[in-house]
Design a protein around this ligand. Sequence first.
Ligand code: HAM
Length: 431
Amino acid sequence: MPLQRPKGTQDHLPEGSPKLGLDVRASAFAHVEDTARRVLERAGASFINTPLFEEAEVYKRGVGGSTDIVRKEMFTVYYFGTHGGYVLRPEGTAGIVRAYLQNGLKQLPAPLKLWTHGPMFRAENVHKGRERQFHQVDYEVLGSSDPLVDAEAIWLMWEVVRALGLTGGRIKLGSIGDPADREGYNAYLREVFTPHLDRLSDDSRDRLERNPMRILDSKSGGDQALIRELEVRPMLDFLGDEARAHFGAVQNYLTAWGVPFDVDPSIVRGLDYYRRTAWELHHEGVGAKSALGGGGRYDGLAAQLGGPEVPAVGWAFGIERLLLALEAEGVALPRAGGPLLFLAAMDEERVGLAAQVALEARAVTRVEFAYRAMKPGSAFREADRRGAALAAVIGSEEAARGVLNVKTLATGVQREVALAELSAFLELERA
Ligand code: HAM
C-alpha cells in the first residue's frame, strides 16, 4: 500500500476526484475564504499572515497553561534532532497579537481590524469535525474596548456564514467578566468543589488548583453530573458592574440589528485569554458537543505577551465544521468551473500552433489545449470531460485560412472564428 497521510489530516482535492465530499473539496475551502475576504474587507479588515509555528511561550502565556490545548494538544517542532522550543500554532489569535506588538501595528489607526485563514494544529482525539490539522477563518480587532466593536464582530461572524448560504445555527452569548470578577467566581468554585474532591476526575482536581472555571468545561461525564448535582451557579451571577454594563450594551446592539442569540450563562471557552464577552456559534450539523465557531474579548492578552494593555476582541470558525454544517443543510457551493475553451490540433504538425493560439488567448480567459493531435469527435468529448463551454479544432486547411472551427458544447452549434478575432470572440462569450 502506498504511504498514507497522518491521522487527523485531510487532502483537499480537485474537482472530479473520486469520493469528493464537500469537506475535502479544495474549491469549497477557496469559496469560504473568498466569501470571508469579501465580507471582512468591506468591514475594513486587512489580511495578515503569521508563521505556522511560534515559540511555545506565545501559547503558554497567551492561550494559558491550564488549558487542554497547551497541556495536551500542541505539536512540538524539532529540527536537527534538537528541541527548538517551537510549536505548531494551535490557534491564530496569540500569534497575531505577537505580530501586532513586534511590528508596531499599534501605530495604525485604531481599532485595527485584521483577518486571516489557514491551518491550525491540535493533537486531539480524532472524530467527525475534530481534526489534528484543521482550518480557521479568523477575525481580530485590536485597540478598542467599545462594546460596539464586540457587537460588530459577532455580526460579521454571522454575516460570513449567512453569505455562504447557512440558514441554521444559534449564537450562544455570555460574559466571563473582568479578572476580579473571575477571582470571585473561582473562589466560589473552590468552595463548592473542595468537599467533593474524591468525585472529580484527575484533570479536574488539577484544574481546581490552577483554574477552577475549567472544570465546567470538563469532558468527563462524572464531572458534569457533579456540576448538575451541586447546582453550581454560573459566572454571569458574578459579573461586576462594568462587565455587566458592557454585556448589556453588546446584547442591545445585537437585538437592534436582528442577530439571533441566546444568553448562555454557563459559557466557558477553551482558552484562558478571554475577558467579558464570549460566544460560540452552534449548529446541529456539527453535533451538540462542538462549536462551529467561537470568540470573545481578550483585553489582557497583549500584556501577557509582554506588551502594553491592548483591548481587543475576535473570533474564529473552523472551515471543516462549517462545511459539515453546510452539507447537513444541503447547501451546494459553486464548483470550480472548467475552461471557457478547449483547443486541439487535428494533426501533429499543428499541435504547436494550437498551443500558441491557446497561450495567447489566456490573456482573455481560461483556455486549455491538447498536447497531441485529436480527431474532432474526440476533441469535443475531451472538452466536455474537462467542463469546457467551447471546443475548437484546427487542421491544415483551417491554419491555411487563419481560422478555427469552434463548437458550443451546450447547443452543438459550430462556426468558424478568425484567429485574429479569437480574443474579441472569447471576450463576448465570457460575458
Ligand atoms: P476555538 O474555539 O478554540 O477558538 O476554535 C475556533 C473554532 O475552530 C472552533 O469553533 C472549531 O470550529 C474550530 N476547531 C477547533 N479545534 C478544531 C479541531 N480539532 N478540528 C476541527 N475544527 C476545530 C479559537 O481558536 C480562538 N483563537 C478564536 C478567537 C479569535 N478568539 C478571539 N479571537
